[in-house]
Design a protein around this ligand. Structure first.
Ligand code: PEP
Ligand code: MN
Length: 270
């Protein structure tokens, strides 16, 4: 117990629960297989999200992503379509039989977003938003918790503990790159985090190579690395016309790149 108090998390630890956790999203079992979440950074229009959903479905992705409340670093950048975007995401998910994930950034939106989205994403910028984490703990709804850009793995697990301690055990983690001295990539993908987290916690661990790389050219090799190192899945950004994307265009795969990456991943064992 003393050791658990020192590390600041208990329910998330392997010593509390030794077997790997899985969670059900529709008929998908997160944690039991290598899964791919794909879609645009932000929902921009009906045409755009339907094109992404079709592409994702036809080439083997399992879950559709799309931001509608965007936590942009600049207040002048596109902030997302809000609930109108969530309706489009939900229609696209239903049309192509894909569960959907979207980010929530405020407590007051939690219940309404949870009514439409199969998984709620807590983004890097909110990993230490403790009131939001506590509110997620009170839901009975799947949550993907992303690592903060300067958060240690212990801090990530403590953040997960806030949700678990509230009674919500349907959660999984996502390594999305951390800020280092290296400027050639947007963040540095911490591939060590995957085996280390799998030793420390029973929670499934995903990887986001798109936000880590910040450049579409590096997304396919990092996706393969994520699978090779034992991640339970990846979340990647794609767009029918990345040059015209309203957010994160440079790191969004175009459709031919997405197809090639999916076929490479499918050939890899897990
Ligand atoms: C995103 O997934 O679009 C996002 C904003 O990611 P992160 O919170 O990791 O920056
Ligand atoms: Mn993005």
């Amino acid at each position: 117990m003393q050791n658990e108090e020192r590390q600041g998390y208990r329910l998330a630890s392997r010593s509390y629960k030794n077997e790997d956790s899985t969670l059900l999203v529709g008929n998908l079992k997160i944690g039991a297989d290598f899964l791919v979440i794909a879609g645009p950074c932000a929902v921009e229009s009906k045409e755009q999200i339907f094109a992404c959903a079709k592409e994702a479905k036809e080439h083997g992705a399992n879950i559709l992503r799309g931001g509608v409340f965007k936590p942009r670093s600049s207040p002048y950048s596109f902030q997302g379509l809000g609930f109108e975007g969530l309706d489009l995401l939900s229609e696209a998910g239903t049309a192509f039989g894909l569960p959907i994930i979207t980010e929530v950034i405020s407590i007051e939106d939690l219940d309404s977003v949870a009514r439409k989205a199969d998984i709620l994403q807590i983004g890097a910028r909110n990993m230490q938003n403790y009131p939001l984490l506590k509110a997620c703990g009170e839901l009975k709804h799947p949550i993907m918790l992303k690592r903060g850009i300067s958060a240690t793995l212990e801090e990530l697990l403590q953040a997960a503990e806030y949700i678990l301690a509230g009674g919500n055990t349907d959660i999984f983690l996502c390594e999305r790159g951390i800020r280092t001295f290296e400027p050639t990539t947007r963040s540095t993908l911490d591939l060590s985090a995957i085996p280390v987290l799998k030793k420390l916690t029973h929670l499934p661990v995903f990887v986001d190579p798109s936000h880590a790389a910040g450049n579409r050219e590096f997304v396919p090799p990092l996706s393969k690395a994520a699978k090779a190192v034992g991640a339970h899945g990846i979340i990647i950004e794609m767009h029918p016309n990345p040059e015209k994307a309203l957010s994160d265009g440079p790191q969004s795969l175009d459709f031919p790149q997405f197809r090639e990456m999916m076929s490479d991943l499918n050939r890899m064992p897990w």
